[in-house]
Design a protein around this ligand. Sequence first.
Ligand SMILES: [Zn+2]
Length: 253
Amino acid sequence: MESPFYILIVLIVIVYLLRLPFRSFYSAKKKGVKGEREVARLLRKLSKKQYIVLNDIYIKANNRSTQIDHIVISTHGIFVIETKNYDGWIHGHEKSQYWTQTFYQKKVQFRNPIKQNWAHVFILKSVLSSFGYMIYHPIIVFAGEAELKNISSNIPVIYINRLLKTIKGINSECLSIAQVEGIAEYLNEINITDSKREKAHNKFVRENIKQRNENIKALVCPNCDGRLLLRNGKYGGFYGCSNYPRCKYSKPA
Ligand SMILES: [Zn+2]
């Protein structure tokens, strides 16, 4: 006789084996945040006299908004760092649209991080154009267990343990200390922080409610801009939308 306990163990093993291949995909976003935190922690080891580190910068420019994982500003130029936290084998070419992650014989495509990072550099260039000439150093960092295979690239695509060496390895000078501080201050100023994003959202909601109430007062349907008409129902008068039955909005008279 097999005990229920034995069957339970077998079931647990099966469930465990089944979830393994999905492990790297189901929490991609969470993993991304973890990778960024790891890189931020590492960047804190840079000399504060020589490098200013900004993490999770959100910039709006030319009608586009973009989130940049890390920006390191120094007299040697501006390091623009894109962090990826992946497992498995990573294949990719500088010019291709997508790269692939191979994990337990599963292939997943993701946007070429080099192109993604060039877009970040482009937006920074336009935002910082008034600060004059400077050199940008894009870097792609892989946190996590990923193995980089056949990556062809002119810009550094590196493991996290090479990051500080890569940054410190660049010694050409292009900015004064005053410029470095000015740029950091300016980027902090235009950075749209979480609380700023939330404020903008709340303002939008408030204005939306205000607009709805004004419409109703003017007998305009707040859902479809139809007219609100006084009608007689079983239980007395009420306002209904002129687009009934397509629009079901109604309010007591
Ligand atoms: Zn309506």
